[in-house]
Design a protein around this ligand. Structure first.
Ligand code: FAD
Length: 392
């Protein structure tokens, strides 16, 4: 019983994963100063925004600028454990890590999605093929793109679901800007292959603006198609509709899976953790899950993980204060999208349970650059307690 435990000692909340969801949750619980003990566990050295991967690969900033070290997370009531989670028992709420074992009163799983380039035949083997979704992959691409002197570029998604559905379109438009800046557009072509029929399905307006931009730039869009593999001998992408596209440079979105430790815990159904879409509770009492690791029904993006973490924080604080939980998840998110040449679009979308997803596009315009920059800097100020500007 939490109430009994809480009367003897502080309630202990164990948060697995210090990404968008975990950092937001730990920050909110710390700021509330409700006497809750928070243990935040992550195996990485630090946090990197998804959009920073694009900034590094397209040469805007160096890798060191975009890694936010977990050693800088110093928050009252929060203990950071840098270790790998190797086992989760959602019934006992016991977690084994490579550093220590942890017993939780409330357990929150925010371990994100693991990325598996090796599950796409040819993607690892072909030296002309790269993926830009992992931190290592995006950072390595900075040199590859700097050295690229033009040719056939294919950007392709190799599995569903995948994080940040606008990101492949952003990479496509930024690749066009790069080739234009290098003066090699006349000997280049760019094609985007993605399983969604249009770039941003909940917003026809955003999709039309992106498709118009592609058409104006001569970019070929293959919607509703997946890359099933690459032929490393012929440097050809194999498509789910039976087609093939040759490339000199392939930039891939790898297959996503819930981390194996989550699958082995019994928390998942069909690969991801099912949760109540309004409260983010799993089927196990006092175990919540937020962000990319869930099948909550929103796209896999940081803004949604963050919004879900806020609802879980409210529920935990209500429990600690013996109050009724105040908020329910509304599926709202704002995402900034790069159109190239410092043009930023803002996509404002809702994914509420039982309601058709819908959204609007504001921009693109250069005026939104400042807003996008504030999105990043405000989070780093709250989560890491320091000043930061995304593009240096
Ligand atoms: C190119 C690109 C651009 C993007 N742009 C945007 C954008 O503009 N806006 C946006 O909202 N989203 C964007 N995203 C998506 C966003 O990065 C993710 O959706 C978001 O980080 C998910 O948050 P999360 O908390 O669920 O998981 P994550 O942020 O992925 O955090 C999970 C954490 O769990 C840790 N972990 C995993 N397994 C273990 C383990 N066994 N033991 C210990 N720790 C573990 C990981 O190290 C990681 O720190 C982008 C993604 C990409 C790839």
């Amino acid at each position: 019983m939490i109430a009994g435990v809480a009367s003897l000692r502080a309630m202990r909340v164990v948060v697995l994963g210090a990404g968008f969801g975990g950092l937001e949750l730990a920050s909110r619980l710390s700021e509330a100063d409700a006497g809750i003990e928070v243990v935040l566990v992550d195996k990485s050295d630090g946090f990197v925004f998804g959009f920073s991967k694009l900034d590094v690969m397209f040469g805007r900033v160096g890798p060191d600028h975009v890694v936010h070290r977990f050693s800088d997370v110093v928050k009252p009531g929060v203990r950071m454990v840098q270790a790998e989670v190797t086992s989760i028992d959602p019934v006992a709420k016991r977690v084994v890590t490579t550093a220590e074992e942890l017993d939780a009163d409330i357990l929150v799983v925010a371990l994100g999605a693991d990325l598996h380039p090796e599950l796409t035949p040819g993607l690892v083997e072909d030296d002309r093929a790269h993926e830009f979704y992992t931190v290592a992959g995006a950072f390595a691409l900075a040199d590859v793109l700097a050295a690229f002197e033009g040719g056939r570029v294919v950007i392709g998604v190799t599995g569903t679901p995948f994080k940040c559905p606008p990101a492949p379109s952003e990479a496509t438009l930024l690749a066009h800007e790069l080739l234009e800046t290098k003066g090699v557009l006349d000997r280049s072509s760019i094609e985007l292959v993605m399983p969604l029929g249009v770039p941003i399905p909940p917003s026809p307006q955003a999709s039309k603006t992106i498709l118009d931009s592609f058409a104006e730039k001569g970019i070929v869009f293959h919607g509703g198609v997946l890359i099933t593999g690459l032929d490393p001998e012929r440097h050809v992408a194999l498509l789910s509709d039976g087609g093939e596209i040759g490339y000199d440079l392939f930039l891939g979105v790898p297959v996503h899976r819930a981390p194996s430790v989550v699958v082995e815990s019994g928390l998942t159904d069909d690969g991801w953790i099912p949760v109540d879409p309004l409260t983010l509770e799993t089927r196990f009492p006092d175990v919540y899950a937020v962000g990319d690791v869930t099948s909550v029904g929103t796209p896999k993006a940081g803004v949604f993980a963050e919004g879900q973490a806020a609802v879980v924080a409210d529920a935990i604080l209500a429990r600690a204060r013996s109050e009724q939980p105040g908020s329910q998840y509304d599926g709202h998110g704002i995402c900034y999208m790069e159109f190239g040449h410092e043009q930023i679009g803002m996509v404002d979308v809702f994914f509420q349970a039982g309601v058709t997803p819908h959204g609007d596009l504001i921009g693109p315009s250069t005026d939104l650059m400042a807003q996008k920059s504030h999105f990043g800097s405000s989070r780093i100020a709250r989560w890491f307690g320091r000043d930061w500007v995304s593009t240096g």
